[in-house]
Design a binder for this molecule. Structure first.
Ligand code: DLL
Length: 429
């Protein structure tokens, strides 16, 4: 069962909806956002040149820098009186990106989150404990209104206060938890320390997102808590959580709610579209946003699109789970690698806990990588053997080994109770 009939729409029909909405969005951006009018004029494009989806490549792309340059409201397309809410996404550097919503935008957002929850196996009448942060971050309120829209009960607990989360979850018999994947693991640990068996907690689904989660990490969460781990994706610039979501039937890629967000995948270096089925950077165009229409936004997130039929019956395209961003790429002594590749290799080894950090320094002109990995709590083997096993696997799979590998005991890698986990610390200039 789907939340909205359009989720199983015939693809030809869907295309017609997208084309009409694309034309309206381009017109709206051109008429109401001086930034877009200038960009389109520079590119020699008139809104009337955009007739079909194939014309989308004529449009200039929007970048994170554009959001920063136009801070705070240069990309808004409606008058202040029409704006019902503002959110912000804090980057690691500089000013946050401010995003806005009209009443209708908020309705669309609630609907796509409701679709996402339903796809993830949450049903009307269920109780959802929402442990995403409330406030300027889109996770808290985004999930909150989606749960209500679905007709489920929301517990607006927000992030942190983990012991209380565990107690309330038990007392109120929450069916689902929404939080980041790293927090799900932290909650499992805390429950254990409190004397609970995490597998006996009442939740059967975790809707996790806002940060990457590799397959071995997902397996760890599912096993430790005896739950279905469902991936929800989104970003503030486009709407927030609910751009795409996994279906619990297949758990194989995230259905993008394509009647509202049009996806493309491009080569992160050249910006040119990649062949269908190839990995690249996700580019999204909003199709219905009023307050903040965004044309061809370069998300920085790496993924692949899959147009094959899905066993759940939804016809909307699936994107691969995002385990890396184009700008996560670490270049260490000329070797290119993504932190997620290291995570993938290391977490498959028994005796290793899903907690690690990567530190990069310079020694003279040389890059030095230090990898700190936590041993599983129950590990009682030989540290040297475990170290050798990790090094050998890294060498075999990635042809790369860190300069230093430190194994630490349970709790040796700091946990993140609030916000997004940080695993890479680059101390190079
Ligand atoms: O993180 C929105 C969100 C809230 C999504 C709650 C899911 C759940 P931002 O703070 O603007 O918005 O950060 C967006 O986070 O470009 C990705 O790099 C990353 N991200 C979001 N969801 C996922 C996911 C929210 N499921 C940025 N897997 C995005 C991997 C994700 N990365």
């Amino acid at each position: 069962m789907v939340y909205a009939p359009v989720e199983t729409e015939d693809r030809e029909e869907l295309r017609a909806i997208q084309e009409e909405r694309l034309r309206e969005t381009v017109e709206h951006a051109y008429e109401n956002v001086p930034f877009y009018r200038e960009r389109l004029e520079e590119a020699g494009v008139e809104p009337s040149d955009i007739e079909s989806l194939d014309d989308i490549t004529k449009l200039p792309m929007t970048t994170k820098e554009d959001f920063r340059d136009e801070y705070p409201d240069g990309l808004f397309a409606v008058d202040d009186e029409e704006i019902a809410r503002l959110h912000a996404s804090s980057g690691t550097t500089g000013k946050p990106k401010i995003v806005s919503y009209t009443d209708d935008d908020l309705d669309v957002w609630s609907e796509v989150v409701a679709r996402s929850l339903k796809a993830g196996g949450v049903n009307p009448g269920d109780t959802v404990q929402n442990a995403y942060g409330y406030g300027l971050f889109t996770g808290g309120l985004g999930l909150h209104y989606g749960v209500e829209e679905l007709g489920a009960t929301v517990i607006p607990i927000g992030s942190g206060g983990t012991q209380r989360q565990v107690e309330l979850m038990t007392d109120l018999e929450s069916d689902a938890l929404s939080c980041t994947p790293s927090y799900a693991l932290y909650l499992a640990e805390t429950a254990e320390e409190m004397g609970y068996d995490p597998q006996e907690l009442p939740i059967s689904t975790i809707i996790f997102g806002a940060e990457p989660c590799t397959e071995p990490m997902r397996e760890e969460i599912e096993e430790r808590l005896d739950v279905n781990g469902i991936d929800i994706y989104g970003l503030s610039e486009i709407i927030g959580p609910g751009v795409s979501n996994e279906c619990h039937e297949a758990q194989d890629g995230l259905h993008i709610w394509e009647d509202h967000f049009y996806p493309e995948v491009v080569d992160p270096q050249t910006g040119e579209p990649v062949e269908e089925g190839e990995e690249g950077e996700l580019v999204l165009t909003t199709l219905t946003k009023e307050a903040l229409p965004v044309l061809r936004y370069r998300t920085g997130d790496l993924t692949t699109l899959n147009y094959d039929e899905c066993e759940c019956g939804r016809t909307m395209v699936r994107m691969d789970n995002v385990t890396g961003r184009a700008d996560d790429l670490l270049i260490v002594r000329g070797v290119n690698l993504y932190p997620s590749e290291i995570e993938h290799v290391v977490l498959e080894i028994d005796g290793v806990a899903p907690h690690y950090r990567i530190d990069l320094h310079k020694e003279g002109t040389l890059d030095v990588m230090e990898l700190t990995i936590e041993k599983a709590e129950e590990f009682d083997g030989d540290d040297e053997e475990l170290r050798d096993q990790i090094m050998t696997r890294l060498e075999n799979v990635l042809q790369f080994t860190p300069d230093e590998l430190e194994l630490v005991d349970h709790g040796g890698v700091a946990r993140t109770e609030v916000g997004k986990v940080q695993r890479v610390y680059d101390h190079r200039e």
